[in-house]
Design a protein around this ligand. Structure first.
Ligand code: NAD
Ligand code: DAU
Length: 340
């Protein structure tokens, strides 16, 4: 039986990854570490909480003593680090906590991984470390060789962590892998991000705040496809390598918002153009040939199907997101969108 520590498992992608792993590898023991920040939600993990091969530990990944003690107890074979401050707009408002969790937290986990001899440390990174691409060069894509060139405090903190991961590999021989994925969507996505925010606002007949002209392009991937890619990298990926993950599904923000209006039968008059994000990246687009060629990974869910499944999930799980948006989120929303 392998023991896998999954950090940030009460968040969007981490929870979907735990569900995937418990199905795909029922003989593994999964230990989730999560601080339960505003973005972490224990109710998301309800369906696995009582399973024998699952353990939840509320802990900050920057808590050196706590992390060391847990590693000593669990002796993990694999560590997958999803825990992060993940929202670009919040990083523009308050960068400090991004440096703390995303950089110092990563170092803390790697120190424990070294000490207790984990067989694989996997860092969940992002395509945002590559910066952005121009709209008028649709022939350009991010490859693993694209230089790091960050735009926001969020992406800079993720890039800092990536550099540290490669340094631990070279200096100490820590067996690491890094994945850099494009924008995910799917169930349990926190409603501060574009797709769930627009779904929630549409369902509440609230204005749909589109930044700038809505022409920025993102490369959307259904969250399950990301989870399957990480599983493959853990088991068949080469140590010391970076793998880009993305499915050639580029869409403009405005087209996504209009599609959500159509699917929910709401008028496009809800769309409100608001002041642009500072330093707003124009286009992200992943070249996934490495992971396809080496590991045979391809996305399985087409965007038309994935977005319908996602909207259906938000319709059927209203209490999950209504509880979130009724709390501290109200202050966040007023701060972020009130005078925009
Ligand atoms: P999320 O914000 O939904 O979840 C983050 C989780 O980490 C939360 O459960 C939170 O409580 C936990 N956490 C935060 N700080 C912590 C700390 N100090 N100690 C322990 N736990 C802490 O994020 P997400 O969208 O699921 O992203 C997960 C990872 O994937 C991040 O590393 C992010 O950079 C990366 N990523 C996200 C996307 C995307 O589209 N969402 C795409 C590519 C990569
Ligand atoms: O590319 C991967 C990244 O994708 C991850 O590393 C990040 O953790 C994740 O948050 C996401 O970053 P983005 O900034 O691309 O996602 P977000 O959902 O915040 O915004 C998507 C696009 O929509 C972006 O161009 C900004 C725009 N937007 C966003 C919000 C929240 C709006 O126009 N209005 C909004 O209200």
């Amino acid at each position: 039986m392998k023991t896998v520590i999954v950090t940030g498992g009460a968040g969007f992608i981490g929870s979907n990854f735990i569900f995937h792993m418990m199905k795909a590898h029922p003989d593994y023991r999964i230990v989730c570490i999560d601080k339960l920040t505003y973005a972490g939600n224990l109710s998301t993990l309800r369906s696995v909480m009582d399973q024998e091969n699952f353990r939840f530990v509320r802990m900050d990944i920057c808590d050196r003593e706590g992390v060391d003690k847990l590693f000593a107890e669990e002796k993990p074979d694999i560590v997958v680090n999803f825990a992060a401050e993940s929202h670009v707009d919040r990083s523009i408002e308050n960068p400090g906590v991004f440096l703390q969790t995303n950089v110092i937290g990563t170092a803390t986990l790697m120190d424990a991984s070294r000490k207790y001899g984990v067989a694989r440390y996997h860092q969940v990174s992002t395509d945002e470390v590559y910066g952005d691409l121009p709209l008028d060069r649709p022939d350009l894509f991010f490859t693993e060789e694209t230089p790091i060139h960050t735009s926001s405090p969020y992406s800079a903190s993720k890039a800092g962590a990536d550099l540290l991961v490669m340094a631990y590999h070279r200096t100490y021989g820590l067996p690491v892998t890094i994945s850099r994925c494009s924008n995910n969507y799917g169930p349990y996505h926190f409603p501060e991000k574009l797709i769930p925010l627009m779904i929630a606002n549409c369902l509440n007949d609230k204005p749909l705040p589109v930044y700038g002209k809505g022409l920025n392009v993102r490369d959307w991937l259904y969250v399950e496809d990301h989870c399957k890619a990480i599983d493959l990298i853990l088991h068949r990926g080469r140590v010391g390598e970076v793998y880009n993950i993305g499915g050639h599904n580029e869409m403009r923000n405005i087209d996504i918002v209009k599609l959500i209006c159509r699917e929910l039968g709401k008028p496009e008059s809800l769309i409100t153009y608001v002041a642009d994000r500072k330093g707003h990246d124009m286009r992200y687009a992943i070249d996934p040939s490495k992971i396809h060629g080496e590991l045979g990974w391809l996305p399985e869910t087409k965007f038309e199907d994935g977005i319908r499944k996602t909207i259906q999930w938000y319709l059927e799980n209203r209490s999950w997101w209504e509880e979130i948006i009724s709390g501290e989120y109200q202050n966040y929303y007023a701060r972020m969108y009130g005078n925009r």
